[in-house]
Design a protein around this ligand. Structure first.
Ligand code: 0GY
Length: 297
């Protein structure tokens, strides 16, 4: 498909933090940043024609340097929508990670078994189904279901990204998926409503009713209405961690696509972890045991 848009960063794009603080919170040995992305670099891995945004370059070298600086041992790199179903930047990062990164790809129903095997060998362990309308054109549920059938035999899981108001409509679909399901950013609750609001309770009920559903307790900077230090998000993430300690993941979301209000300091994001996982036991599960079980077992 020919690209009719220049590969030039959107004028209102916010670039990732140039010099994050060293976290005060010391990450446990083996900690995994289980939600981050690579963007390009565009000269080597052009963004997809169907993308909804054109970001800054944020390649694997910068990501791996941040991993080491913050004190993480490993990354889970999630295919960003600006690369569409072209997973070359992701796979290249995985292949250059010395086994320290796993990936979540975006594929179509026409993906072949050979292509899946190749991605598996590189370190891909899941696919992402995106329902956020500002990021992607809608994909029919039958297409997602046929992709799910194809990836299930590999032992992969499915990451789903949706907004809180869409959960009710998606529930029957989620129940049909044959694999472990990981929900991005706690299903994006409206944090002005309170954790007792039926919308957030619906999300907790979903997890309570289906042991295959995991949640990333990520993106306080995206969910917060107050801004740093994101205190308004703490009760939500803490509730999920404490209710489902064996089914939660944490990640930076570097390089933070589509942030409009501000760019978070990645070191300060790490300092958010002990607020939502207050004990060493919860921290170990969130940062080490759970991601290693899902991605490196
Ligand atoms: C995130 C969130 C966003 C973007 C993407 O793939 C993406 O483009 O995931 C967003 O804009 O909410 O998880 O990084």
């Amino acid at each position: 498909m020919a690209d009719d848009k220049p590969q030039i960063m959107d004028p209102d794009w916010l670039v990732f933090h140039p010099n994050p603080k060293k976290p005060d919170f010391q990450l446990p040995a083996g900690a995994v940043d289980a939600h981050c992305h690579v963007f390009g670099p565009a000269a080597e891995f052009p963004f997809a024609p169907e993308r909804k945004y054109t970001p800054c370059d944020a390649g694997k070298d910068k990501l791996f340097a941040l991993r080491d600086y913050l004190g993480f041992e490993r990354n889970v790199i999630v295919q960003a929508t600006c690369h569409g179903k072209d997973n070359r930047a992701l796979v290249d990062a995985l292949r250059h990670s010395d086994g320290k990164a796993r990936g979540v790809a975006s594929v179509g129903s026409d993906i072949s078994e050979a292509e899946l095997a190749d991605m598996h060998e590189a370190g891909v362990r899941g696919v992402r189904f995106n329902f956020v309308k500002r990021l992607v054109d809608a994909t029919p549920k039958e297409v997602f279901l046929s992709i799910a059938e194809k990836i299930a035999p590999l032992g992969w899981h499915i990451v789903v990204y949706f907004e809180a108001q869409d959960l009710a409509e998606l529930e029957p679909f989620l129940a049909q998926l044959p694999t472990t399901i990981v929900v991005d950013h706690m299903g994006r609750p409206d944090v002005t409503k309170g954790i007792d609001h039926p919308d957030f309770q619906r999300f907790l009920d979903l997890m309570a009713g289906n042991e295959r559903i995991w949640s990333k307790v990520t993106c306080p900077e995206r969910l917060s209405k107050q801004g740093p230090p994101y205190s308004d998000v703490v009760p939500y993430a803490k509730a999920v961690v404490e209710a489902f300690p064996d089914r939660v993941l944490w990640g930076t979301d570097w390089p933070h696509p589509n942030m409009k209000s501000h760019m978070p300091d990645d070191g300060a994001l790490v300092d958010f972890i002990p607020l939502i996982a207050p004990t060493p036991d919860l921290q170990l599960k969130l940062l080490v045991d759970n991601p290693n079980r899902l991605y490196w077992a």
